[in-house]
Design a protein around this ligand. Structure first.
Ligand SMILES: Nc1ncnc2c1ncn2[C@@H]1O[C@H](COP(=O)(O)OP(=O)(O)OP(=O)(O)O)[C@@H](O)[C@H]1O
Ligand SMILES: [Mg+2]
Length: 831
């Protein structure tokens, strides 16, 4: 039987003491450390090479500030976690949570430990000056990190203890680590049922490093990722089968003069012996000395260790993967496995002082920092208005599309522009956004063509107005109270009359404009004047028409202007009662639009009607504006799917500008959704009024537009970096273990990120625009009386049937709802 010698694992610390109000961790030799938790500022898949270099320079600066006698230890902790959602009160949100609950993901946390060394071998002497010095450095470093957006947080005593315990137990997921015995082996350590293996990057016997290394690596995957900047150690994101990885990066700043002298001496010694290996060594030293002299760099001792922890059965796979990945980069990791316990101990925070001479290698600070890990992953934004999409690995992450970026001046308005080819998932994405908007106090009005929002509207029990010939959407934009009559209303009516007379593509002359203006003023003053003999007994298009024909005749006679009254009378007549479009502008709209929270105007049936389409869209806009003034306490969103085309004409450009401005002032956001490239390129109205006023741009899969991309990039002002991110949409190898999803790029202000739109089956069925799927869900809804119960029954029958969604849908559409009592075969593999 094999026996193990038991030794107590002696902790290398003297204790933690508060000094200057901060927790200082003392090593047993008297050296002392402070620990910051930070956030690496470079976002994974951020596509920006400068971000890597900027972080590199920041770290370089830090080394310069600290100077001789310091050790900088940076630890990036990768740990596999299971997603735990916060409970939701709302049905679909609860389903969303259930969809993601327990999904495995990686979280990265980063710690920076500053250690002040003391002279080796000397007795520990308390030196107030050194400590004061240390605090000054600490506060300088804090400012540096804070100023660069790394959100530094100095750990207090409890947090330090917790962190040390977590490292000792290699346990970062549960929050309360239980310490097991550490079993020291030749190859690895054993902690309970898990193995911990240190892979030291550099074998100091033979330094096997790539010739050249930058602050990042360019990745090419042969498809869509071309010259895509990633971290030098980006493979750490993909290690298979591990539980946690601590990447321990250490830099010691030795006395410079002394180190230089030693180096010179070594050079002399080597150059005396004419052996090729020695000559290489001399060359290396020369290069190092040149860097130090010319580039004013510091000489540092560096040490890197990847400590990977996995179940014993999986450790080999994980470690082999890391070694192979390092090898691919030209790094041959150290084969010295014998000092596993030593290596592990030296990774304890502040304990890099225990590293032996052979663990270090000498280089310049610039070169040493190339091996520092620089990336972080998306995390929830710090806001209470969060909308959840997923990150690239498929974990929900909350972003604030409105308030936070406004507060930080990232954007100046909340308006959005959504672009993607047909079927790329625009409406689906909008549904995901709007469903969550409804969780906040948001009023939503959608002008749609093609019934993409009927499911969501039914779920929320909103108002769904469909334009049909029998039952047209009616409004009476002329009926207003005296207090509502103002310059903007007058402008709107002027635009409307211009549109009725000339059509969307027409233009209005100065004379016509003045005439309309005068007539509208006269019409309302006549109506609101109490003592006058009222000629107008009600406000409507009809009464306006009759009044205006008289009035224009009067103006013409009086002013001797040319105005085609006959044309006016003839063209506008069809909007009078009894005319072809007689009900459109003469009947008051449903008053509930002012209080309803979710409204859809579905105008698919008139989208080809050149006369009606723009008029109906325009008057809907007017109702929305009125509603906005009524509902001051609510946020508002107005979604225009394709309908924007109806109003994007020069005649209405002024009105669109006014609409955008007014919405912004009333806590509202217009969102224009489109697939029509031809319509947006070269359309001055789109550019000047819609795009210029939309600080947020959401792009679905753009591969269909690839040929025209230069034009689109110019129109949307997309920098090459943003384009790189955009071309990763739906292209990453991140589909495994996830539901069906599509990705969207959201740019707030000048930079954006790609997110996943992945939802539960329940939400999928609510959002889908596939006609058969919609029909089948509607069949259930009718049978069960309410959307939610219909949906629940649908999903439970689908599961019971064991059929694929597609087959189940076909069956329901043919035979009606799935008969009760059918046998369960197996779970369907939906998505
Ligand atoms: N994020 C997603 N997850 C799962 N399925 C999706 C997703 N996005 C889109 N789909 C699928 O693709 C279909 C088409 O999506 P959607 O209707 O949103 O496209 P669209 O861009 O609005 O197209 P159009 O321009 O024709 O209106 C959806 O019905 C759904 O089945
Ligand atoms: Mg759509």
């Amino acid at each position: 039987m094999q026996t193990h010698q038991k030794t107590a694992f002696k902790m290398p610390y003297a204790g933690i003491d508060p000094d200057d109000g901060q927790a200082v961790l003392y090593g047993e030799r008297g050296d002392f450390s402070m620990i910051f938790q930070i956030r690496n500022p470079v976002l994974q898949y951020g596509a920006d090479p400068d971000a890597y270099s900027a972080y590199h320079h920041l770290l370089l600066n830090m080394i310069k500030i600290l100077g001789e006698g310091y050790i900088i230890q940076k630890q990036d902790v990768f740990s596999r976690q299971k997603y735990q959602p916060k409970p939701a009160t709302e049905f679909l949100q609860q389903k969303y949570n259930e969809h993601f609950e327990g999904r495995e993901y990686t979280s990265i946390s980063t710690y920076l430990i500053l250690t002040r060394q003391v002279k080796r071998g000397a007795f520990y002497v308390y030196d107030k000056k050194v400590l004061n010095d240390f605090h000054q450095h600490r506060s300088k470093i804090y400012d540096l990190l804070n100023g660069s957006g790394l959100s530094p947080h100095l750990l207090d005593e409890t947090e330090i203890n917790r962190y040390i315990t977590a490292i000792l137990g290699m346990e970062f997921s549960s929050g309360h680590a239980a310490l097991d015995n550490i079993l020291s082996g030749d190859q690895q350590l054993g902690i309970g049922t898990r193995a911990v293996r240190s892979i030291s990057l550099i074998n100091t016997d033979i330094i096997d490093l790539p010739e050249k290394l930058g602050t990042y690596t360019e990745k090419h995957d042969g498809k869509n990722l071309r010259e895509f900047p990633v971290d030098n150690l980006s493979f750490l994101h993909q290690v298979p089968g591990y539980q946690c990885i601590v990447y321990n990066q250490v830099i010691e700043i030795p006395g410079q003069q002394l180190t230089l002298n030693k180096l010179e001496l070594k050079r002399k010694r080597h150059s005396g012996v004419p052996d090729p290996a020695n000559l290489i060594c001399v060359e290396d030293i020369d290069q190092l000395l040149v860097d130090v002299a010319r580039e004013n760099q510091l000489l540092v001792n560096a040490h890197y260790n990847i400590i990977v922890c996995a179940e014993v059965s999986k450790i080999n796979k994980a470690a082999n993967f890391i070694e192979a990945a390092l090898f691919q980069q030209g790094i041959i990791p150290s084969r010295n496995a014998y000092n596993q316990l030593e290596l592990f101990r030296s990774a304890l925070p502040g304990n890099a002082v225990e590293l032996k001479k052979y663990d270090w290698f000498l280089t310049t600070s610039d070169a040493a920092l190339c091996f520092f890990f620089k990336e972080s992953m998306l995390t929830d934004e710090d806001s209470d208005f969060l909308i959840r999409f997923t990150d690239r690995q498929g974990i929900p992450v909350g972003i604030d599309p409105a308030d936070l970026p406004m507060r930080t001046n990232r954007i100046n308005n909340r308006s959005k522009f959504v672009l993607g080819g047909s079927g790329s998932g625009k409406s689906f994405f909008m549904c995901a956004l709007l469903e969550q908007y409804m969780l906040y106090n948001m009023d939503v009005v959608i002008v749609d063509v093609g019934h993409s929002y009927s499911g969501l509207c039914a779920y929320f029990g909103g108002k769904y107005y469909t334009y049909t010939e029998k039952n047209p959407i009616t409004m009476n934009p002329f009926a207003i109270s005296e207090s509502e009559y103002n310059i903007e209303k007058k402008d709107f009516l002027k635009t409307l009359i211009g549109l009725l007379l000339k059509g969307a593509e027409g233009t209005i002359s100065q004379v016509e404009d003045t005439v309309f203006s005068n007539v509208i003023s006269a019409y309302y003053s006549e109506y609101f004047m109490p003592e006058s003999e009222k000629k107008i007994d009600n406000l409507s298009f009809d009464s306006f028409y009759h009044y205006s024909v008289e009035k224009i005749k009067e103006i013409k006679d009086h002013e001797k202007i040319s105005f085609d009254l006959d044309e006016y009378r003839y063209v506008l007549k069809k909007f009078c009662r009894g005319g072809e479009y007689g009900s459109l502008l003469n009947e008051t709209s449903d008053a509930s639009v002012f209080t309803e929270r979710f409204i859809v105007y579905e105008i698919d049936s008139i989208k080809e009607n050149k006369v009606l389409f723009p008029i109906v869209t325009l008057i809907i806009m007017d109702v929305v504006l009125q509603k906005m003034r009524h509902r001051t306490g609510q946020r508002k969103a107005l979604i225009l799917e394709e309908a924007w085309k109806a109003i994007a004409s020069p005649l209405m450009a002024g009105y669109i500008l006014y609409l955008y401005k007014t919405m912004r002032k009333f806590w509202g956001e217009p969102i224009v959704v489109t697939q029509e490239l031809g319509d947006i390129l070269g359309n001055a109205v789109i550019k000047d009024s819609i795009l210029n006023n939309s600080d947020t741009i959401c792009l679905l899969d753009q591969s269909k537009f690839k040929e025209n991309y230069d034009d689109i990039a110019k129109l949307l002002s997309l920098t090459p970096i943003e384009q790189k991110k955009i071309f990763t949409i739906n292209q990453l190898d991140n589909k495994e273990y996830r539901g069906k999803f599509k990705e969207v790029y959201i740019r707030r202000g000048s930079s954006g990120e790609v997110y996943g739109v992945e939802v539960s089956l329940f939400q999928y069925l609510t959002y889908t625009t596939e006609k058969p799927e919609k029909n089948a869900v509607e069949t259930y809804m009718r049978a069960y009386g309410s959307y939610q119960t219909g949906l629940e029954a649908f999903v439970s029958d689908l599961e019971r049937s064991g059929l694929k969604l597609e087959t189940f849908v076909r069956k329901v559409n043919l035979e009606g709802i799935f008969p009760a009592g059918s046998i369960e075969y197996f779970k369907p593999d939906f998505i």
